[in-house]
Design a protein. Structure first.
Length: 216
């Protein structure tokens, strides 16, 4: 948590409806630039997208198995991921300079945010060495329930996290999610938890404030 009282609380904004991905990227980049210039407050922006695949800077062509949805190249770290209805995407635009300038810690804090969010639904989300994202042990296998990928420009972060609430899990079959083979994908609904998007938004806010501090 940030102890510097000079840092104002980030804005917390929930956007209704399905947001086209190019519009999201344009908005994020403009907001991150404004934050870097001190012209706008930090922002946590919760959205949903129509079905798409996004390719991070480490994406391999061979991991795109079936381009059934539009594919967007993106400047975030990581490989291929899916976004779509029933998945909450959290775009995080924070200025790391007054927060210690530690990108590795920021990524670990994002993971902790997701883990604490899931814990509110009695789901034990876990990190795995060498595997990006948050994982759930299911007997003899492990499934991914949340993803993250970030970019930092002028010490301001953008892109962020995604948590599977109730997406169509067959949509993940068109890619090798995050380049990781041999493991599955799950969601709160798939785990038998009837959480609404609004329920998850409340849990995300509670967990974010525990990890990062108050929001406005």
């Amino acid at each position: 948590m940030v102890s510097d009282s000079l840092i104002s609380a980030p804005q917390w904004v929930i956007r209704d409806g399905l947001l086209p991905y190019p519009e999201a990227v344009e908005t994020m980049e403009a907001r991150a630039a404004a934050i870097a210039e001190g012209l706008a407050p930090e922002l946590i922006w919760l959205v949903e997208h129509p079905p798409i695949y996004t390719a991070g800077t480490s994406a391999k062509d061979s991991d795109l198995l079936d381009a059934r949805f539009p594919v967007f190249q993106t400047g975030r770290g990581g490989q291929f991921t899916y976004h779509g209805p029933g998945q909450r995407v959290g775009y995080v635009m924070l200025n790391l300079r007054p927060r210690g300038g530690d990108v590795r810690k920021f990524v670990r804090d994002l993971e902790e945010w997701l883990i604490r969010t899931l814990a509110q639904f009695n789901v034990k989300g876990e990190r795995r060495d060498g595997r990006v994202g948050i994982w759930v042990a299911r007997g003899t296998r492990e499934d991914k329930i949340a993803a993250l990928g970030v970019r930092v420009r002028r010490w301001v972060t953008f892109h962020g996290v995604a948590i599977n609430v109730e997406p169509d899990l067959t949509h993940f079959n068109g890619i090798v999610p995050c380049g990781i083979r041999g493991h599955g994908v799950t969601s709160l609904a798939d785990l038998g938890i009837p959480a609404t998007m609004a329920d998850v938004d409340v849990a995300l806010r509670v967990a974010f404030e525990e990890v990062f501090g108050p929001v406005a």
